[in-house]
Design a protein around this ligand. Structure first.
Ligand code: SAM
Ligand code: SF4
Length: 481
C-alpha cells in the first residue's frame, strides 16, 4: 500500500517501547486556533463510544472539545454532520461491531455529501485496522488515536477544509495532558482518570500498545478535579486506571495509590469507587485505607483471568492462584461486607480441560458477586498472538457456558443474601422500561430496581430488598435521606 506522506500511521513496535524518559505533564497543549473556533456552528455531531470506562471518559473529553467548537450533540445519526466512533480493540468482536457500523452508516453520505466520518480510540492505534480503513472504508475522513485527542480541533479543521483524509496516530509512550475540556455525561456520577496506560504487558492484551506507558496524574490535579465535581453536585466518582494500584510509581508519590485514595476520601465526596486493580500491586496499606473510610465503597473488581498457575504464567499475570486467594481472603476479612467482581478468559492457547477445571474451582471458592467472562481473542502484535490459537471454538464456547453456569449461580446466591435487608441506593433515575420503577446502585455495586414516589435522581434512598435475581435486586423505597 502506498502510504500518504502527510499521514502519521500507527506503529505497534514503537508503541511497545518503554524508555526511562520522564513523563511530561502538559498543561497548555490544548488550544483552538482562531480560524477553527466556530467550525461547529450550525453542525451536529453523533458520538458513539465502545468499550471500557477509559473510553467513556475519553468520549467526555471529545464531546467537550466538539462543543467548544460549537458543535451540537445529536443521538440521531441521520441528522449528524459529523459521525465519530470512539472504539475498543480489546477483542475482535468489539472491532467487528465498529467495522459493521461504519459500513452500515455509509449510506448517509449520499444524503449529506458534507457529512464527515471519524474513527478514534484504541482501534485507531492498530496498524492492521488503519490499513483496513484506508483500503476498504474510503468514506472515513478522519482517524486519530488515544494520544492526540487534544489535536482534534486542528485535525477536524483539516479534514473539513481540505476534503482529504486526515490520519494522525501517535505511537509513543505518551505524556499527561491536563486542562482538556470535558462534557460530563452523568449528573451525579463521574469518572476521574488518575493515570493512563499500562506496563503490565499481559501476553494476550493490546492495551499497553494502544494506550502507552503507565503515567500518573499529579495528586493536586486529581484532587482539584474531585473538588470541582463536589461543587457541581456529583455524589460518586470512580477513579480510573488500567491498574490503579500502581498509581504514582512514575512520579515517586510516597504511599502511591493508598495515599491518593485517602486524600480523595478526605474530600468528603459521598461515594468513591476505583477500577481496575491488578492483584500484583495490591498493598496492605491500600486495604487499610479502603477499610477505614465509609465513603470508599466496599466493592472490589479484582480480575483473576484463570485459576491455573501454568495459564497465569503464560498469560504474564505475575501471580499464582494461591497468591490471588491470599489477597482475596485478606480483602474479604478486612473490608467488611465487600462484594467482588472479576474478569476471566477461557480458551487461551493450550488451555487444557484440567486447567479450565482449576478456573472453575477458583470461582467456586471465591463465589464472585459478578464476573465478566470472555473467550480468548488473538490480538495482532501481542506475544499470545504468536502462539497457535489451538483450542477449537466449540470447546471455547462450551467452557464459557460451563463457566457462566458457575458465575451466574454465585451471583444469584450472593444476591439472595440481601433479601429482607435495607440497603442504601444512589438513585440513577426512573427505569427506562417503567417510570414508576427507579433504579440505582448499592455501595456493593448491586443494581436495584425499586418502587417509590417522587424520588430524585442523585439522592441516596433506603430500599428494602424483596426479590433477588442473578444480576439485580428488586425492592421498595422506605425513606428518602
Ligand atoms: N486493566 C484491566 C485488568 O488488568 O484487568 C482490564 C483491561 S481489559 C480492557 C478488560 C478485560 O478484557 C481483561 O481483564 C481481560 O479479561 C479481557 N481481555 C483482554 N484482552 C483479551 C483478549 N485478547 N481476549 C479476551 N479477553 C481479553
Ligand atoms: Fe491488559 Fe494486563 Fe494491562 Fe490489564 S494489566 S490492561 S489485562 S496488559
Amino acid at each position: 500500500m502506498k502510504v500518504n506522506q502527510k499521514w502519521n500511521m500507527p506503529d505497534l513496535k514503537a508503541a511497545k517501547q518503554r524508555t526511562k524518559k520522564q513523563v511530561t505533564i502538559e498543561k497548555s497543549l490544548f488550544n483552538i486556533p482562531s480560524e477553527v473556533k466556530n467550525i461547529g456552528v450550525g453542525r451536529k455531531y453523533y458520538l458513539r463510544t465502545y468499550g471500557c470506562q477509559a473510553n467513556e471518559r475519553d468520549g467526555e473529553t471529545i464531546a467537550g472539545i466538539l462543543e467548544e467548537l460549537q458543535f451540537e450533540p445529536t443521538t440521531n445519526y441521520e441528522e449528524a454532520d459529523l459521525i465519530l466512533l470512539n472504539t475498543c480493540a480489546v477483542r475482535k468482536n468489539a472491532e467487528d461491531k465498529v467495522l459493521g457500523e461504519l459500513g452500515h452508516l455509509k449510506y448517509l453520505r449520499q444524503k449529506n455529501p458534507d457529512l464527515l466520518f471519524g474513527l478514534c480510540g484504541c482501534m485507531a492505534q492498530e496498524e492492521d485496522v488503519v490499513d483496513t480503513i484506508i483500503k476498504k472504508y474510503k468514506h472515513v475522513d478522519l482517524v486519530f488515536g488515544t494520544h492526540n485527542i487534544h489535536r482534534l480541533p486542528v485535525l477536524l479543521y483539516q479534514a473539513m477544509m481540505s476534503k482529504e483524509r486526515t490520519i494522525e496516530v501517535f505511537s509513543k509512550e505518551g505524556e499527561v495532558i491536563e486542562n482538556l475540556p470535558v462534557k460530563r455525561f452523568g449528573t451525579h456520577k463521574a469518572w476521574v482518570n488518575i493515570m493512563y496506560g499500562c506496563d503490565k504487558f499481559c501476553t494476550y492484551c493490546i492495551v499497553p500498545y494502544t494506550r502507552g506507558k503507565e503515567r500518573s496524574r499529579q495528586v493536586e490535579d486529581i484532587l482539584d478535579e474531585v473538588k470541582v465535581l463536589i461543587k457541581d453536585g456529583f455524589k460518586e466518582i470512580t477513579l480510573l486506571g488500567q491498574n490503579v494500584n500502581s498509581y504514582g510509581k512514575d512520579l515517586q508519590v510516597e504511599g502511591g495509590f493508598a495515599y491518593l485514595l485517602e486524600e480523595v476520601a478526605k474530600t468528603g465526596i459521598e461515594r468513591i469507587r476505583f477500577t481496575t486493580s491488578h492483584p500484583w500491586d495490591f498493598s496492605d496499606e491500600m486495604i487499610d485505607v479502603i477499610a477505614k473510610y465509609d465513603n470508599i465503597m466496599p466493592f472490589i473488581h479484582l480480575p483473576v483471568q484463570s485459576g491455573s498457575d501454568s495459564m497465569l504464567k503464560i498469560m504474564g499475570r505475575r501471580y499464582t492462584s494461591e497468591q490471588y486467594l491470599t489477597l482475596f481472603n485478606k480483602l474479604k476479612e478486612k473490608v467488611k461486607g465487600a462484594a467482588f467482581s472479576t474478569d476471566i478468559i477461557v480458551g487461551f492457547p493450550n488451555e487444557t480441560d484440567e486447567q479450565f477445571q482449576d478456573t472453575l474451582k477458583l470461582v467456586d471458592h471465591c463465589k464472585f458477586d459478578n464476573s465478566f467472562t470472555f473467550i480468548y481473542s488473538p490480538r495482532v502484535g501481542t506475544p499470545a498472538a504468536a502462539m497457535e490459537d489451538n483450542v477449537p471454538m466449540d470447546v471455547k464456547e462450551q467452557r464459557l457456558q460451563e463457566l457462566m453456569k458457575h458465575t451466574n449461580h454465585w451471583a444469584k446466591v450472593n444476591n439472595e443474601s440481601y433479601k429482607g435487608k435495607i440497603v442504601k441506593v444512589l438513585v440513577d433515575g426512573p427505569s427506562k422500561k417503567n417510570k414508576d420503577v427507579y433504579s440505582g446502585y448499592t455501595p456493593q455495586n448491586k443494581l436495584v430496581n425499586f418502587t417509590g414516589e417522587n424520588i430524585q435522581s442523585g439522592t441516596i434512598v433506603d430500599v428494602e430488598i424483596i426479590e433477588a435475581k442473578s444480576f439485580s435486586l428488586d425492592g421498595k423505597a422506605i425513606k428518602v435521606d
